[in-house]
Design a protein around this ligand. Structure first.
Ligand SMILES: Cc1ncc(COP(=O)(O)O)c(C=O)c1O
Length: 347
């Protein structure tokens, strides 16, 4: 019985996040005396430049960054409601923080299992502070709206005096789909949150970018919420390593994700959603109950040391479920056929 993870298909695997491995990557970047120039400031400037925004601010988490941004948009517009997908991160994973802490209201738009389209927005009849778009929409397989749809939807919001906010937790991954510079994509949004630890494979943390006034106002909320931490430099350095080493590899991850999905679909036991991944993140829909797949994930780890995602999503059909796969540095060592063979064992 293997007692530890030997190979992993999980982006946040301990194989990559192990402190020794993380510190070794960071040490290569931090030269003696380098901390005299605060790496957090360097990171904020670099992301502001990359996204073409006048200002950018480090936050300890994306959860805090997005709530602060929406709070500022609400105060500026005098409106309490933001429009966003029913399965956005704020709705599913933040225990209603936007409401409990900030008194905001989430107007859900779109189909639960599909992308927001302009027709859905036309049904929003109340004034909104902001339209939040998650790129890609994680919970529906990492789908992305086509460019023209993105332009139309952000234009719709601006035309109604609402701010546009991007949940860009995976903007780094999404950019390869649009094949446009980050500046152009971010240009459709007043505020953009990016994550430092998902695609970039840093430690934790987030950055919120926007105009100076908005970012200054968000910094007040960061302090109020206890997020103005001095010495955030280890998180910043890990993210700078990610910007140098991992960001340039997004197209490679996306291409491998496509090859993996093709092998799973050709095998025929499970199928991927989308069929051709748009980003390195995609879902695998498995014809087995959630409990059986959870048990199989555990068994595979115990018997072979291969780690698969532990989080299994249920489906309205109890005989089916799905898992999320993200191709990154550690999962590249699996051939597409290796992954298809593993998926076949999820039963
Ligand atoms: C789409 C999306 N938005 C926001 C977040 C929040 O990020 P954090 O974990 O830094 O709070 C996540 C985290 O998983 C996410 O997937």
């Amino acid at each position: 019985m293997a007692s530890e993870t030997r190979r992993s298909l999980v982006q946040h695997s301990r194989l990559r996040r192990d402190p020794h491995a993380v510190l070794r990557r960071m040490l290569d970047r931090v030269r003696p005396g380098a901390l005299l120039d605060d790496p957090t400031k360097e990171l904020e400037q670099r992301i502001a430049d990359l996204l073409g925004k006048p200002a950018a601010l480090f936050f300890p988490s994306g959860t805090m960054a997005q709530q602060a941004a929406l709070r500022v948009h609400a105060e500026r517009t005098g409106r309490r409601t933001f429009a966003a997908h029913a399965q956005c991160h704020l709705a599913l994973w933040e225990d209603g923080g936007y409401n409990a802490v900030h008194g905001l209201r989430h107007k859900t738009v779109g189909d639960h299992h599909g992308l927001i389209i302009l027709d859905h927005l036309a049904e929003v009849r109340e004034p909104i502070a902001a339209l939040l778009l998650e790129l890609p929409q994680r919970e529906i397989g990492g789908l992305l709206p086509e460019w023209d749809d993105l332009v139309a939807q952000t234009g719709w919001a601006r035309g109604r005096g609402a701010a546009t906010h991007m949940d860009g937790a995976r903007l780094w991954e999404a950019q390869t789909y649009y094949e446009r510079p980050f500046v152009e994509i971010a240009g459709l949004f007043d505020t953009v949150y990016v994550s430092l630890y998902k695609g970039l494979e840093g430690v934790r943390g987030a950055v919120l970018a926007g105009d100076r006034e908005t970012v200054d106002a968000a910094s007040v909320w960061r302090r109020r919420l206890g997020g103005a931490i001095p010495d955030a430099w280890p998180l910043a350095v890990a993210a700078l390593v990610g910007l140098d080493d991992v960001l340039p590899r997004m197209a490679e991850f996306r291409d491998h994700a496509r090859a993996v999905a093709a092998a799973i679909n050709a095998d025929g036991y499970a199928r991927t959603h989308p069929e051709v991944p748009q980003t390195p993140l995609f879902h695998v829909h498995v014809p087995a109950p959630k409990s059986a797949v959870e048990a199989a994930v555990k068994r595979i780890l115990d018997e072979t040391g291969v780690e698969l995602p532990r989080h299994v999503s249920s489906s309205p059909d109890p005989t089916r479920c799905s898992i999320e796969l993200t191709i990154g540095v550690v999962s590249l060592e699996f051939t597409p056929q290796d992954v298809a063979d593993l998926v076949r064992q999820l039963r």
